[in-house]
Design a binder for this molecule. Sequence first.
Ligand code: PLP
Ligand code: PMP
Length: 425
Amino acid sequence: MNYARFLTAVSGARKPSPIRLLTELQQRSPPSLISLAGGAPNPNTFPFQSASIQVKNGPTVTFDETAMKRALQYSASNGIPELLTWMKNLQKDLHNPPTIDYSQENGQMDMCVTTGSQEGLCKTFEMLVNPGDNVLLDAPTYSGTLAALHPLGCNIINVPSDQHGMIPEALKEVLSRWDPSEVHEPGSAAPRILYTIPNGGNPTGASMTAERKRDVYKLAQLYDMLIIEDDPYYFLQFEKPWAPTFLSMDVDGRIIRTDSFSKILSSGLRIGFVTGPKPLVDRIVLHIQASTMHTSTFTQLMVSQLLHSWGQDGFLQHIDRVIEFYRTQRDAMINSADKWLKDAAEWHAPSAGMFLWMKLRGVADTQQLIMEKALEKEVLLVPGGVFMINSSDPCPYVRAAFSLSTPEQIDEAFRRLSLLIKEGL
Ligand code: PLP
Ligand code: PMP
């Protein structure tokens, strides 16, 4: 793969921070080296001394004074080594990507820690998207993706989708305006990146089948595109076995995958991961060097300690408990929808994630209904328009989250929504 053709001028111009290079040199030198080079502050002056965090039904995560000093200090921009090692093993065991080789010298694939997957996505887009570029995605899509893409001045092209996500035949049709043999011509306007949320899509709840992924991957090969696989709901798939990922099919090194701990460990700690071709992950790390420097060392150490004491089995057992919770919530929401909204709305029960996407019958645009009338009835949902490429287009859908409310609250909310729809007609 020639990755240079995918990079924006800004990303291509990024250079390693000279101070960060010196820090690495210092780490590789014998202890007798006296370094006056480091710009790190002296942690003895920091007020926090130690910490102890109790884990539900599990080990206590502790920071003694030495650990605390490390936790409060600068650390590597790609992430702390022990967290990266743990995650690389997990990626290998879950996805076993054909090109995987995390070794330093000849590694084709690499990972870095990001401050939530949103940071990874935003930096990925800024690395790859020029003004005027054609970018493919299946809308409705995550509003945070649109927020990261819109200011880059690209032309977002919608690929039609259904309850199983992006439709390969539709992608083929969209791509048919370009000749695959001309995509490397200078000035070719053929799209170079495709973005999708493969499981429990936000907002649609849609999940792609393995067959669809394989077909989309083939088209990405034909047109030499990168695929951004934004998969924060991967661990919230209710049905086993979990669907094979794009990463697991990546024979060429054209998948950039973003993972997130937000839905399974904590959203506020802000931990995510980018997995992809090493030359591209390197560019993202250079961007991190110049912006946040790294995800909070304290946060990474806290998460890493928990993962190491759990082991992969403990982690996956935790995931099973999380899945059980969301499955029960999903069932409760579908029951209440059947009870109150059968005549007023249509939907597909999601097999992953935390969202139900409903089309309200006889409502051309849900924006006014939700923003003006729903508050009076004390029920709040997201009007579907915010997930559309052009947010001012009328949209008959709403997104309901089953993550936070109790089954009783969900039931009452749908009762109120059904009254609202009746009154609105
Ligand atoms: N991608 C999608 C599809 C999401 O739904 C979200 C969160 O809602 C994110 C990314 C951002 O997740 P994080 O908290 O890891 O930044
Ligand atoms: N600005 C200046 C002038 C600095 O010296 C530093 C840190 N060396 C920073 C910004 C970055 O600081 P922070 O760790 O808060 O991101």
